[in-house]
Design a protein around this ligand. Structure first.
Ligand SMILES: Cc1cc2nc3c(=O)[nH]c(=O)nc-3n(C[C@H](O)[C@H](O)[C@H](O)COP(=O)(O)OP(=O)(O)OC[C@H]3O[C@@H](n4cnc5c(N)ncnc54)[C@H](O)[C@@H]3O)c2cc1C
Length: 476
């Protein structure tokens, strides 16, 4: 039996873990990737239901890094489409261009509101000249950079919908991390203050997208790893055994039988009976973790110190529920995304996958995917599928996107830990956990939920690649 003793063990088969596995496999390293879901891709996977395909909220690929762009282009070959981005904000029964264009914004909001925004913004700039703003929270940051009116109209409701807490409790660090990506504020500032927007990835007009959905990137990474190594789905890591600040092994629960054609290569160790049920123990020389940092620290054996565990319990993620509604209509919109800031509408964003790639639905049919931001265990999370589908159809009909009798099918997907929640004061807890985990010599942390950082796909991929390269370099 080869129990991969000297191999590299990767926890989590999302883009970060798979990118690390891909680079290591190409460098002829022995690698095992463990993924608890039945498919790879994590947040960036594509769901297939009959003739329809959809992402967990449309995922566009965009990067400032030529290196990461080339990595994805080389991997995907001819599968990548260049898609034109055309998005709208639905607010007060009107549609605004996203990013806002000055004329659209002025006539959409009315001239008095526009004057108020500009005056308000002027006042904040003056205040900033007199004293350096503290900018502890998202609210502080937006008000000092865009003015109170702009904050109230555009920022407050949408941000609170995404995060589920008041903007005064969201750390301004989020803005710093997020500014490289989507920002309603930057879009508006762009419009009103005539920033060019060039060079900001979020304002780019085009993005890359695999013709069969974003999940294809992960599928392709897995295909390469599987040539000489193995990606094991339906395998949940339950424990990391360590001694003297070195991880020695992981204990894995097989959630269902592995494909026999894979195991014939004899890479996977057989099940080992343990007190807590059937677990397999996998030894390794290096361990790369992309699973949530809060999970990682709680499954260490021996246990992490109590103060570290207490700090970890203070870190929270925001979860999402995705509801896809399949329709007997050729097309509903020509839009990429529609942002819906108002609290009275329960979902925060919708997209029509067919506008990303025609392969996402049959020619005469389409689908709309709605994103509900929530916390595990809250009302939305607990609502049964039927209620969520009904709610989605009700509001899509009310907003005049669809008619009830066009609905063919529907799917609900609940996704945990979609967004690390950067609450004011989180850094102290985070540092405590991070500093402790950093003491493990052969543990490398990558990815969005892993590092607890607002990483988009390109940065998640980058963390995986860079970690793999570091391991290759250090092992000669
Ligand atoms: C709604 C939404 C829309 C987004 N849109 C975009 C976009 O347009 N563009 C963009 O660039 N980015 C977008 N992102 C961000 C993008 O999804 C992430 O950056 C990326 O998928 C992170 O990859 P990852 O590998 O770091 O994490 P993940 O995808 O979370 O991968 C971690 C993996 O670990 C697995 N795992 C967890 N615990 C265990 C365990 N105990 N044992 C085994 N496996 C485990 C999980 O199942 C998961 O597959 C979006 C995110 C969301 C939520």
């Amino acid at each position: 039996m080869n129990n991969s003793k000297n191999g590299i063990v990767i926890l989590g088969g999302g883009l970060a873990g798979l990118s690390a596995g891909y680079v290591l496999s190409k460098a002829d390293r022995k690698v095992l990737v463990f993924e608890s879901n039945s498919v790879v891709g994590g947040l960036s996977r594509t769901i297939v239901k009959g003739e329809f395909r959809f992402d967990l909220g449309g995922h566009r690929f965009l990067t400032k890094s030529k290196r990461i762009e080339n990595f994805v282009k080389d991997l995907m070959g001819g599968e990548l489409l260049t898609v034109h981005r055309k998005s709208k904000i639905y607010l007060h029964n009107k549609y605004f261009d996203y990013p806002l264009k000055p004329l659209n914004a002025i006539f959409g909001l009315g001239i008095p509101a526009t004057i108020k925004i500009i005056l308000d913004y002027g006042i904040e700039r003056l205040k900033n000249l007199l004293r350096e703003p503290d900018n502890i929270s998202l609210e502080d940051w937006v008000v000092s950079n865009f003015g109170r009116t702009m904050f109230n109209i555009y920022f407050k409701e949408y941000s609170e919908k995404i995060w589920g807490i008041e903007c005064s409790r969201i750390s301004s660090e989020w803005v710093a991390q997020r500014i490289k990506g989507l920002s309603l504020g930057i879009a508006i500032k762009n419009a009103f203050l005539k920033f060019s927007g060039k060079g900001l990835p979020t304002l780019a007009d085009n993005f890359l997208y695999p013709s069969s959905g974003i999940g294809r990137i992960s599928d392709k990474l897995k295909e390469t790893i599987d040539k000489n190594n193995q990606v094991l789905t339906n395998t949940r890591i339950e424990q990391l055994n360590h001694s003297d600040f070195r991880i020695e092994s992981i204990e894995v629960k097989y959630l269902c039988r592995q494909d026999d054609s894979n195991s014939s290569r004899n890479i996977i160790p057989p099940l080992v009976k343990r007190g807590r049920g059937d677990l397999s123990i996998i030894e390794g020389s290096e361990f790369i973790s992309s699973i949530p940092i809060t999970t990682l620290v709680t499954i260490l054996h021996p246990r992490a110190p109590e103060d570290v565990l207490t700090a970890a319990s203070m870190l929270r993620y925001r979860d999402v529920v995705i509801v896809a509604i399949m329709l007997s209509r050729e097309r509903v919109t020509d839009l990429t995304w529609i942002y819906i800031p108002e609290r009275k509408i329960p979902f925060g964003r919708i997209h029509e996958p067919k506008n990303w790639s025609l392969k996402m639905a049959p020619e005469d049919k389409t689908l709309i995917v709605a994103e509900y931001f929530c916390f595990e265990g809250d009302e939305t999370w607990r609502a049964d599928d039927g209620q969520l589908i009904e709610l989605t159809i009700h509001y899509l009909e009310k907003l005049r996107f669809i008619k009830r009798d066009e609905v063919l099918d529907s799917v609900v997907i609940r996704t945990l830990k979609a967004y690390p929640l950067l609450e004011v004061g989180y850094k102290e807890y985070y540092n405590k956990v991070w500093d402790y985990l950093n003491r493990f010599k052969n543990l490398h942390i990558v990815g969005r939920a892993g590092i607890f950082r607002y990483l988009n796909m390109d940065h998640a991929i980058e963390t995986g690649i860079e970690t793999a390269e570091k391991i290759i370099k250090n092992s000669g």
